[in-house]
Ligand binder design. Structure first.
Ligand SMILES: C[S@@+](CC[C@H](N)C(=O)[O-])C[C@H]1O[C@@H](n2cnc3c(N)ncnc32)[C@H](O)[C@@H]1O
Length: 270
């Protein structure tokens, strides 16, 4: 399949899934390869015949939706964001009255194989907990992909996933097993994983920190981003924070958030 026809196909199909072509432009080759394999598996011969198949079989849209998931992640992704969380945001939450109940609740929405929520747990356990008056930290981490959730529960990673994590934290948090880096149980125990599609479901309790990075605000279309962002606003306790990806922005129509620090994609609910 050539790039031009795949681009034309994606520009036709993505809006029907409430996904954004702009978000997929950079990663399209990966998605095009998967579509190519799907076309072969269905014994079809072209994108045009796959488009016709989609028009006939409503249930194939769910398959295409799955083929469009981008699952790249790593520990301590966007170092300045996690540095700032550790130095400013988490200590501020601990000291503020909003954790009167003595639990800081975190939700990582679109957590991939656990790299993001476990980074928060590592930061908390090794860098903050020893020096802060101690509320409990509870992290709920959700993803739509059951394979990723299973991997997250196993919590063993190749060295490449850890390349941004400060080396002292790597040494403290992981042990080597069969050539992989496996997270110690003390850190794993902070995180509860669940299968969840953020277009349909949210965790029950209000949260103080909500991570949604490199998912809704890159790959979803504008109306869906707005809907998700309003849902997030309702889920975050007053004074809590929304953390999005470094190259993402909150939809301009959404009120109720103020930048925590101008250069970083961290917003306080006001
Ligand atoms: C690019 S990864 C981002 C991982 C992590 N947040 C980060 O920034 O490193 C996007 C994740 O979102 C998940 N995802 C895609 N659509 C989803 C949906 N509708 N609901 C929940 N998770 C979804 C994918 O399975 C994938 O693990």
């Amino acid at each position: 399949m050539d790039d031009t026809s795949c681009v034309a196909f994606l520009q036709w199909a993505l809006p029907r899934l409430h996904l954004s072509w702009r978000g997929f432009r950079r990663v399209r080759r990966q998605v095009c390869r998967r579509i190519d394999r799907r076309i072969a598996a269905l014994q079809l011969h072209s994108l045009a015949s796959y488009a016709a198949y989609l028009e006939q079989k409503q249930e194939e849209w769910a398959v295409l939706d799955r083929l469009c998931r981008i699952t790249i992640s790593r520990f301590y992704r966007d170092r300045d964001v996690f540095d700032y969380l550790g130095k400013v945001v988490l200590p501020a939450l601990v000291h503020s009255s909003l954790v009167g109940e003595k639990i800081i609740r975190v939700w990582s929405a679109g957590c991939a194989s656990g790299e993001e929520p476990y980074t928060v747990a590592i930061l908390w356990h090794y860098s903050l907990r020893p020096s802060l008056p101690c509320p409990r930290l509870e992290i709920t981490a959700t993803d739509i992909d059951p394979v990723l959730i299973d991997r997250a529960r196993e919590a063993c990673y190749p060295a490449s996933s850890l390349r941004d994590l400060p080396p002292p934290l790597t040494v403290q948090a992981f042990e080597r097993k069969n050539g992989l880096h496996c997270l110690r149980a003390t850190v794993r125990n902070y995180v509860r994983f669940a299968l969840m599609d953020i277009r349909e479901q949210v965790p029950e309790e209000a949260v103080h920190l909500l991570f949604c990075r490199n998912l809704a605000f890159t790959y979803f279309d504008a109306p869906l981003r707005q809907h998700i962002c309003r849902t997030f606003r309702d889920k975050i306790a007053l004074g809590g924070a929304l953390i999005i990806g470094k190259h993402e922005t909150i939809p301009p129509e959404i009120t109720g958030f103020a930048p925590w620090e101008g250069r970083l994609p961290i917003y306080r609910k006001i």
